[in-house]
Design a protein around this ligand. Sequence first.
Ligand SMILES: C[S@@+](CC[C@H](N)C(=O)[O-])C[C@H]1O[C@@H](n2cnc3c(N)ncnc32)[C@H](O)[C@@H]1O
Length: 476
Amino acid sequence: MTERSRSPYRPTRRGRGGPAPQARPKDPARRAAYDVLHAVQSRDAYANLLLPVTLRERDITGRDAGLATELTYGTLRRQGSYDAVLDACVDRSLRSVDAEVLPLLRMGAHQLLSMDVPQHAAVSTTVDLARRVVGHHRSRFVNAVLRRVSARDLDEWLSVLAPERDADPVGRLAVVHSHPRWMVQALADALGEDPAGGLADTERLLAAHNERPRVTLLAKPGRATVEDLTAEGATPARYSPHAATLPEGDPGALRTVRQGRAAVQDEASQLVALALTRVPVEGADRLWLDACAGPGGKAALLAGLVGQRGGRLLAGEVQPARAGLVARAVHRSVGDSARVVVADSTRPPWRDRGFDRVLVDAPCTGLGALRRRPEARWRRTPDSLTDLVPLQRALLGRALDATRPGGVVGYVTCSPHLEETRRVVTSVLADRGDAELLDAAPHLPEVPDAAVDRFAQFWPHRHGTDAMFLALIRKH
Ligand SMILES: C[S@@+](CC[C@H](N)C(=O)[O-])C[C@H]1O[C@@H](n2cnc3c(N)ncnc32)[C@H](O)[C@@H]1O
């Protein structure tokens, strides 16, 4: 377990002479949500890693688990809107509210403004929790603020607090749909919308980021089929021939998932990897490379497909722990087709011109996965690009070096940000004369509207997927 996924609630071990076991907290769902929100804020924990651990350790299941999940994810997603409301309800600035109290105010606001919790219960349960975690004195402050919040519903608050559409369209969307302002602008740029012309498409995207995504599964080729998953209650997905979705519930409850023959993977992640495998190449097509493989979602798909063609996949990953996850993901791939190496793909141990197909699923801002990583929108800053773009350029350059003439490279990001998508690709290609951008459209026939200017860009509000980007490049 990583530091970031460790639960803040550690049940005491029962042992000879050891301390008595901790009592189960009262209102365990709210307590779990509070602990996770506090950890996200104070020690950069990831909610999608920490919450499942917390629920498991405390044996929180069923309705309580559902409530804890909604409180955690909903509060994080809507934090920008709630902070605007809370700022109007505290006498001093919200910034001066201490770190233990702030998650309580946000959780209370979420229950009052977005959940079906009766007003008195939303306030009293939060104040009870406040009394237990921050003491009587500060719980009175929480009570006073939440009573002010409850004076209006969310639409009323936003109509008062959000800037006018004509005066500041970006600022308005930032408050109404709870995103940092710079991110609204970057997403509008990626969608090709000018604030002066209205931001209707951007608004649909931002609204989609606040919806709970379906769970999509990959049936690993050669190891499971979509029929195996539908037999366990999943539904065939819209585009990918290897995908099925679960309306709700724990994917770990499916036997096929527990056996490692299927795994959670967004549909667009599957499609970008599939598109790479569909580009015709002349001559040998036996050796594939996944240069940024951790934690191994796409490597599992590629390993299955290359194994079915009698070839092999080399999966490189710079972080040893993540390389371990890749090894688990590709374990028992068809014909044991995959090998995993810990490697820095900007200074790779493999020889140049050795591979027929290379995937670079580059580290990126993750702006395409905001539905699944609710705190990411508050953690990322435009400065993140300063380090990422040079790394992305280096990884793509080395991937092209690793590709044999006539072979093909897929450059992928889980972000639509123009700086790390098409600008990386066009600048790397402009610097070298040995590669050409291919048209992605013929290789994604299931999703014709994802193709734009030879690239492919998926969108949550159009395709119900993460906002994955793909460029297919032929090495001369
Ligand atoms: C976007 S993730 C890849 C996701 C993966 N392809 C999947 O589908 O599960 C990017 C990965 O690249 C790895 N990485 C970052 N810099 C790297 C480098 N210089 N060489 C190899 N891997 C690197 C990160 O540790 C991370 O695991």
